[in-house]
Design a protein around this ligand. Structure first.
Ligand SMILES: Cc1cc2nc3c(=O)[nH]c(=O)nc-3n(C[C@H](O)[C@H](O)[C@H](O)COP(=O)(O)O)c2cc1C
Length: 235
């Protein structure tokens, strides 16, 4: 066992050559965040420190460190100033434009253009959507939590938004109403320069739900939706 107390050493590499922390919370889905600046410049960048929070109401958050100049990243500044952002699902097919959109560029650069992507207007917010992405979530900005780092440069901004509109390409919905994850092949980060995508799905019902079912626990939105999935009719 390699044991490592973070407060006692500055360098994971002394122990095993590579920083294990980067590759433990994996696979990490990638938030592909589109925003718009107060001057109307569209912006796009990937963030793998990303998760959903709560269901009713649904929220998502992404975390940004400071950029190489010690400044807050454009996605954070824009989300705060124009009070919105959009998450666009990154699939395996979109891995190259996602990567191009991560290039560090000045605030007046529109990464939709550098990555060769098409813009779609959103329904509820000003930030644009990536037309090539099969699933997008429009968010209203809620708050930013500043997490201090070991030095000012390494602090993180956790940007939280409330999901107000979800768009799903119907070609990626199964007859039972679930998203077709195997067809979508969402891309995820494994730390370092390694990635994976979903090529395998299995089902396991929550042990707690067998005795005490929670209405909607598996994602049903109404009694009618139970008809889509008769295997779940007991709950
Ligand atoms: C797959 C991937 C995941 C990334 N995840 C993060 C992240 O979680 N936090 C972060 O600060 N930067 C992350 N980056 C780097 C940002 O995308 C990059 O700094 C980008 O230029 C920020 O753009 P912005 O200033 O327009 O927001 C990631 C890059 C890639 C390729």
């Amino acid at each position: 066992m390699l044991d490592f107390e973070i407060s006692k050493s500055k360098d994971f590499s002394l122990l095993c050559g590579m920083d294990p922390f980067k590759s433990i919370a994996v696979p990490r889905p990638i938030a592909w965040i589109s925003t718009v600046s107060k001057d109307g410049i569209d912006n796009l960048a990937p963030y793998s420190q990303f998760t959903n929070v709560g269901f009713n109401e649904p929220h998502i958050l992404f975390a940004a460190q400071l950029n190489s100049k010690g400044k807050r990243k454009d996605s954070v500044i824009n989300a705060e100033e124009t009070r919105c952002f959009v998450h666009n699902m990154v699939t395996y097919d979109l891995r190259e434009p996602m990567n191009i959109s991560s290039l560090s560029s000045d605030p007046d650069v529109d990464e939709f253009e550098t990555a060769g992507l098409t813009k779609l207007d959103s329904f509820c917010v000003k930030a644009k959507r990536v037309a090539e992405s099969p699933i997008q979530m429009e968010c209203e900005y809620v708050t930013t939590v500043r997490l201090p780092g070991a030095n000012p440069m390494s602090s993180s901004d956790l940007v939280i938004g409330r999901v107000v509109c979800i768009h799903v390409d119907e070609n990626y919905v199964l007859p039972n109403g679930k998203l077709d994850i195997m067809k979508l092949r969402p891309l995820a980060r494994l730390g370092y320069a390694d990635y994976t995508s979903v090529t395998d799905v299995f089902e396991m019902r929550a042990a707690s739900m067998i005795k005490t079912p929670i209405p909607g626990g598996y994602g049903w939105m109404s009694p009618e939706s139970l008809k889509l999935d008769p295997t779940h009719k007991n709950l």
